[in-house]
Design a protein around this ligand. Sequence first.
Ligand SMILES: Nc1ncnc2c1ncn2[C@@H]1O[C@H](COP(=O)(O)OP(=O)(O)O)[C@@H](O)[C@H]1O
Ligand SMILES: [Mg+2]
Length: 288
Amino acid sequence: MSPSYLDFYQLKEDPFGLTPDPNYYYPYTEHANALLSLDYIMNNREGFYLLTGEPGTGKTTLLRIFINKWQTQAEIALVMTPRLTSEEFLQAVLDDLGVIYPLSGNKNDMIKEFRDFLLEQAAAGKRVAIVVDEAQQLPDNTLEELRLLSNLETEKHKLLQIILVGQLELEAKLDEPHLRQLNQRIAVRSALTNLSDKATGDYLITRLHRAGATSGSIFSFRSVQLIYQLSGGIPRMINMIASRGLMVGFLEGKKVIEEKQIKIAAEEILKRKKPNRRAGWRLWKSAS
Ligand SMILES: Nc1ncnc2c1ncn2[C@@H]1O[C@H](COP(=O)(O)OP(=O)(O)O)[C@@H](O)[C@H]1O
Ligand SMILES: [Mg+2]
C-alpha cells in the first residue's frame, strides 16, 4: 500500500500499529499504577501479582515496559503461551532462564536445579521473576505448581516473584475454591479497564507526536469524542479506528479528520472484522 498518507499528515510511520510497542506508551493512570505495583512487587520481593483486563486494554504493552526496565536487575522468564502441563511449564521457565537440568525430565530434579539457581541469584542480589501473559489459559495443575514454586523462600524473602497477566476470567478462576490458596497469596492486583474520553484524546496526540506529527489537531475534537464512543476507550480499538480514519481522511484530502471520516472508518472495520466476545462489541453494537 502506498505510504503517502504518512506524507500527507507529515508522519514518519503509522502511529496506530497494533503491536504492544513501549515506544508509544501513554502513561494513563491505570497503566502507570500497574507499573508502580510491578516495581513494588519486585522491590519488596512479594510472591504473586495479578494484572487483569479485557483484550486490548494494554496488558502486554505494560509487560514489555516492565521487562525492559527490570531486565538488567532481574532474571525474568516470560511465558506467552501458557497452555502447558506443569512439567512443560517448568521446562519453559528453566530454558528461558538458561538453567541446565538433567534430561530425565524428572520434576524433582528440575525443581532442585531451579532452587539452586534462585539461591545463587539471591546471593548475587538479583531478583528472579516468572511472567505469564494470557495466564487465564494456565491449566489448574500448572497454577498449583506455580503456588508450590512460590514456596521457595529463605527465612526473610520470597526467592521468586510471579506475575500473572490475563483476561477477566482469570480473576473468576482464581476465586474458585480449589485455587483459594493461590488466590490468598496474591499480594497486589491491578485491573485495566478503559481510557476516559479526555485520556482518549491525549492518547491519540501522544501516539501522533511519537510518529512525528507536528500538528496537534489531526483529529477534530468531535471526531475524538466519536472514536471514544465507538472504541469504548479500549486502546486496541482506538488504534484500529484511528488508523483507518487517517486513511479515509487522506483519501478525502482532509487535513483535519472529522466525525464523517471516523464513521466511514468504523464501518469499514466492521465489514472486515467480526466482533470477538468482548473487544469490539461496542463498536459492533453502535454501528448495527
Ligand atoms: N498505555 C498505552 N499507551 C500506548 N499504547 C497503548 C497503551 N495501552 C495499550 N496500547 C496499545 O493498544 C494495543 C493493545 O495493547 P496490548 O498491550 O496488546 O493489549 P492486551 O495485551 O491487553 O490485549 C497496542 O497497540 C498497544 O500499543
Ligand atoms: Mg496481550
